[in-house]
Design a protein around this ligand. Structure first.
Ligand code: MG
Length: 248
């Protein structure tokens, strides 16, 4: 069941979104060779709690940390720990915040130091595909208009979209209906109407779209060991179009 949000609820989600965006910005400044993913997790948890929020991922299906840190060929759900970032790595950071009962969810992929041009292009195309998806979230449209916009942009740039994971509705819970796939034909699925709030989150692989889950039961990696990038925003559909909530 899709839960449509009132303007008052969207205002609360905007507050939760702002906290997530501030945390991600702070983490971006810490990303450099030598820092451990565990220390990024600690910074995030401290900041979220100081803002009066709760890290949404901690304990979610027993996930042990406040953020997901996925490096290089890791797609999503990497667990922070003792691993140190190295020059030329890419790291996807995904985080969720609950504040005053409402949730926000966002992700971005960052380079550690200097990236190879093709790696930088993967990040840029993934970021653009999220923007294309958001732009396709128009009142009166259909859900898969978003999916198709993401997919078309990625395909045109010769990368591949992960199919096993999708975006989702979000509100008082992290995962609500509907699922938001990042591929497929446009014009299908639920009507895009005012008050719909979605976490749109393309995961894009340099190589093939297939993925697998490691034996830690969490970390998702590319099947062909190629690099993967992930960008996500929580977006509300307003009368005049989409509003990104996970922004400062
Ligand atoms: Mg999400």
């Amino acid at each position: 069941m899709i839960v449509i949000k009132t303007p008052e609820e969207i205002a609360l989600m905007r507050e939760a979104g702002r906290v997530a965006a501030a945390v991600l910005q702070a983490l971006q400044r810490e990303i450099k060779p030598g820092i451990t993913t565990g220390s990024l997790d600690k910074i995030a948890e401290d900041m979220i709690r100081k803002a009066g929020g709760e890290p949404l991922f901690k304990g979610y299906h027993n996930f042990p940390a406040s953020i997901c840190t996925s490096i290089n060929n890791e797609v999503v759900h990497g667990i922070p720990g003792l691993r140190r970032l190295q020059e030329g790595d890419i790291i996807s950071i995904d985080l969720g915040v609950r504040l005053k009962g409402y949730c926000s969810d966002m992700a971005a992929t960052f380079g550690v130091g200097e990236l190879l041009p093709e790696t930088a292009r993967l990040l840029e195309v993934t970021r653009q595909s999220l923007q294309e998806g958001i732009a396709a979230m128009k009142p009166g449209g259909r859900l898969t208009d978003i999916s198709h916009a993401v997919y078309s942009h990625v395909k045109k740039n010769n990368f591949s979209v992960v199919r096993a994971y999708a975006g989702h509705g979000i509100g008082t819970r992290l995962h609500e209906d509907p699922q938001v796939p990042n591929y497929g034909a446009p014009g299908r699925g639920p009507l895009l109407q005012e008050g719909l709030v979605l976490a749109i989150e393309p995961m894009v692989n340099y190589g093939h779209w297939e993925v697998e889950v490691l034996s830690d039961q969490w970390t998702v990696v590319t099947g062909d060991h190629s690099l993967s990038a992930h960008f996500e925003h929580t977006v509300a559909l307003r009368e005049d179009g989409p509003e990104i909530l996970t922004i400062l």
